[in-house]
Design a protein around this ligand. Structure first.
Ligand code: SF4
Length: 857
């Protein structure tokens, strides 16, 4: 019924996997035939080892290379089945590929061919990601939303053709039923061409998401531009554009629209780090044209002159040199003289592109109203940062025999988007309340980023996907994870994200059944051995995990045992083993957290407007000597010690972020930043040493190690605001939560702040067992007296593992919660004396009264 065919040329790295995919078909092809265009590697040996029919180019005549067009024609001479499955040498098909497609072909005799969905397996580096944006037809749409439809042509890489239909085309177009394809197409376009011819004869071509194939090719920016461009050039060549200036002008319009479309997708998807490749693409399309017309065609002169004339407007010297470097080969070929005869339309387009006016969307992630005012400098810097990233990626150890993927899973439930890794208060946002495509607050995943750098230092191949900051859907995350095909996937989880993370792991396991899964994060320290009741989870690491996760990756890679890995939870036969851990990493010795390959411009933690965008989140210390009963990390995640980072190391990190990303402020995201006055002095000295004078803010204790001297010194180094956790001023509540807060001292320190012009942001929480309406109102009155610059209030969440949680369990006061109910989204999840309704009403009233107070009503 069907024959399978693979054209090859030096495909030793992929061909075995491709052939195994064909041999595993549930409907067995009568023949599997490889036609080779002149491989010089082991392609032939592998084909023979796999026992398939192999035809070298010599078999068909004296060709230097056969190419795809000839190979597709020659296969027709070798088969007599009604259907032909054509698969490229870097495409893997699932076992039911033929079984699913044949009935579709059988149902309609006028169906000339049918092809399935092609999933890109390489979506890690910048070039690969650009490709998925350029060829975004199916890639970004969730699989479940895609529908079968007819197309102008179907990809030659994974389709079934009706052989009769091909014969008919060959007969009519070339007088030879074995010659339907155009012999001269060496690579690409033969599928476009045959699509046009088949439709001319009344046949239809169908695309269906019923089958998935997997594309192994790895692209760089150059190859994706080549492909995207040549498809379009081909289309225009068919329409005679190159002989006709008017048609050519339309082509320019088409390219402008195409580039704009790419930018629009980047904006909508918050993929700003891909902008540099798109700048390159925009220029390349035009420069390619110059070469095409280089032989003194008047249009080429116009493009060239427009390009030269607009150079001075290009976004920056750096980008310009990148573009020119990229296209130097093309420019070398041009013998035209620069002149004044420029084409205004093209010139305008170059100017538009050069001044980044094509980015006419809000930049970059529309976190909140504060980022709406787009500034050209930030756009330029973002483009430069993506250029920097392209060079940097080359220095990383990404692909190897053993790969580790670090993940922050996307967390979406309808319109609710959640934040997870890096958050002490994991919660979800109702996105219908925001004019944005990402949550207003996205924390930097410090632990994953430190671990990534550690893996790179140890030369363990690794990649990191922050699905939350990338704004990924589940499908997008799975495509990318599958593309990377890690041996070990490490993901950070929390109570509120746990069920979502388990769901995501199950989805990932459908595609990657052999990948080992390790869960880390605060909730693992709560679950401990119970984590192993989830069969799809292979490992857990309790407490801070960077050093242990590194050891785990190394142990799996080198087949060593796990007995010495601190905090590791794993199975040994039917026994669950839990290794001891003191919980604390050597924080000061961790390598600096990876930033460059993260979606940097999407992270956002700026409680006040003076903390200008883009802003860097840093950590100067970990741990907290206090033990407030509701506080998640000090109780579940950390050991006992308060640890500080080397201040020079952190200052250097800030300096790098200024240079690379153009940050305008930073936020010290410590548990409690002011536990060690000596450290604060050292930090100020380091800021001075590295010549950093940016506005910054930190999370501190209002009654902690502060005095006028250090506050003044920090103010002189750019300190703009301090964020103080107050919770309540009621003694009984403070006693209940063991906050040990000296309210008088808080007031004194806040007065010094005010005198020095340091802004104050206060945080409160309500709903404790000892809370009453009266106590909450008393705290609110105190808040008004203090009149901080800003404040926030939450309903307390007894995160699993905290003393508060344990006490509520003991009292039987916890309502019947699922893990994902422990979401700092302001719903009460236990029984207090006021009840849920009153607590939630009081929270709303607090917010309203505060807005009115600040508005002077
Ligand atoms: S002082 Fe702050 S960081 Fe420390 S335990 Fe209390 S709430 Fe947590």
């Amino acid at each position: 019924m069907i024959s399978a065919f693979v054209p090859t040329l030096n495909n030793e790295t992929t061909i075995r996997r491709v052939l195994k995919g064909l041999k595993a078909q549930t409907v067995t092809p009568e023949k599997i035939i490889v036609i080779d265009s002149g491989s010089t590697d082991r392609t032939k040996d592998i084909c023979l080892e796999e026992g398939v029919e192999f035809y070298p180019k010599e078999h068909f005549g004296d060709f230097e290379r056969l190419g795809l067009g000839r190979a597709r024609n020659r296969i027709l001479e070798l088969i007599d089945t009604p259907y032909l499955l054509s698969v490229d040498s870097d495409i893997i098909v699932r076992p039911d590929h033929i079984e699913r497609l044949i009935p579709i072909m059988e149902a309609d005799p006028m169906l000339g061919g049918v092809a399935g969905k092609q999933i890109e397996l390489n979506r890690t580096e910048l070039g690969d990601r650009c490709r998925t944006v350029v060829e975004m037809r199916d890639l970004y749409q969730p699989i479940r939303e895609q529908e079968t439809h007819y197309r102008d042509f179907i990809l030659g890489s994974n389709n079934i053709y009706r052989v009769d239909a091909l014969h008919k085309v060959g007969e009519i177009e070339n007088g030879n039923k074995y010659r339907p394809f155009e012999d001269s197409f060496m690579s690409n376009y033969e599928d476009v061409d045959i699509g046009i011819k088949l439709r001319k004869q009344g046949y239809k071509l169908m695309w269906t998401p019923e089958v998935h194939t997997y594309h192994l090719q790895k692209d760089d920016v150059r190859s994706f531009i080549d492909r995207a461009y040549r498809y379009r050039v081909f289309k225009w060549a068919l329409q005679g554009a190159f002989e006709n200036d008017e048609l050519y002008r339309k082509k320019i319009e088409h390219n402008i629209n195409y580039t704009q479309m790419g930018f629009d997708i980047l904006c909508e998807k918050s993929r700003w780090y891909l902008s540099y490749p798109f700048i390159i693409a925009g220029f390349t399309f035009f420069l390619e044209d110059i070469v095409r017309f280089a032989e003194n065609h008047p249009m080429a002169a116009k493009i060239y002159n427009s390009f030269l004339k607009s150079q001075k407007y290009f976004v920056s010297e750096k980008i310009l040199s990148g573009v020119l470097d990229y296209n130097s080969l093309l420019l070398d070929k041009i013998s035209l003289k620069a002149g004044d005869d420029i084409d205004e339309e093209i010139y305008e387009w170059f100017l538009k592109l050069a001044s980044l006016e094509v980015f006419d969307k809000k930049f970059p992630a529309m976190h909140d109203k504060k980022t709406e005012e787009t500034e050209i400098e930030i756009k330029k810097k973002a483009v430069e940062a993506s250029m920097h990233r392209m060079g940097y990626e080359k220095s990383l150890n990404i692909y190897g025999d053993f790969k580790v993927l670090l993940a922050n899973m996307p967390r979406r439930d309808g319109d609710r988007f959640g934040v997870n890794a890096g958050s002490r208060w994991p919660h979800t946002y109702d996105m219908t309340r925001y004019d944005a495509n990402l949550p207003p607050y996205i924390p930097f995943p410090f632990f994953l980023a430190h671990l990534y750098s550690g893996l790179q230092e140890k030369k363990i191949s690794s990649w990191i996907i922050d699905g939350v900051a990338e704004g990924y859907t589940d499908e997008e995350f799975i495509y990318e994870a599958y593309g990377y095909s890690p041996d070990l996937l490490i993901l950070e989880t929390s109570a509120s994200s746990f069920l979502n993370d388990i769901y995501m792991i199950r989805k990932v396991k459908e595609f990657l059944p052999d990948t080992k899964i390790c869960m880390v994060g605060s909730h693992v320290s709560f679950l401990m051995g119970d984590l192993m009741s989830y069969a799809e989870v292979d490992f857990g690491i309790a407490k801070e995990y960077e050093e242990s996760a590194l050891e785990l990756a190394s142990a799996i890679k080198n087949k060593k045992d796990f007995s010495e890995i601190k905090g590791l939870i794993f199975r040994e036969g039917k026994t669950v083993v839990i290794n001891d851990s003191d919980g604390d990493t050597s924080f000061s010795e961790l390598p600096r957290p990876e930033r460059i390959i993260t979606p940097f411009y999407n992270y956002n933690d700026r409680p006040i407007k003076e903390l200008e965008y883009p802003s860097l989140q840093i950590q100067l210390s970990r741990g907290c000597p206090y033990k407030c009963t509701f506080c998640l990390w000090p109780h579940t995640f950390y050991g006992k010690k308060y640890r500080t980072a080397d201040t020079d190391r952190v200052a250097e990190e800030i300096k790098n972020a200024v240079d690379i990303f153009g940050i305008r402020s930073f936020y010290v995201d410590d548990d409690t930043f002011n536990m060690d006055k000596k450290h604060l002095h050292a930090f100020c000295d380091s800021l001075e040493k590295f010549n950093i004078n940016l506005p910054w803010m930190a999370m501190a204790r209002a009654d902690g190690g502060l005095d006028e001297n250090i506050l003044k010194k920090m103010k002189d180094c750019g300190l703009t605001a301090l964020k103080f956790g107050i919770e309540s001023i009621d003694e009984e509540v403070l006693k209940e939560i063991d906050k040990k807060l000296d309210v008088k001292k808080c007031e004194e320190n806040m007065q010094i702040c005010r005198d020095l012009g340091i802004q104050i942001h206060l945080t409160f929480s309500i709903g404790y067992e000892a809370d009453t309406e009266e106590k909450i109102r008393k705290t609110f009155e105190w808040l008004k007296l203090q009149n901080p610059n800003s404040q926030q209030v939450s309903i307390v969440v007894p995160f699993p593992g905290t003393p508060m949680y344990k006490k509520l369990i003991k009292n039987g006061s916890l309502t019947d919660n699922k893990d994902n109910d422990y979401d700092g989204q302001n719903a009460l999840v236990f029984e207090n004396s006021m009840g849920r309704e009153v607590t939630e009403r009081l929270k709303k009233e607090w917010d309203k009264n505060w807005s009115e107070f600040k508005a002077g009503k």
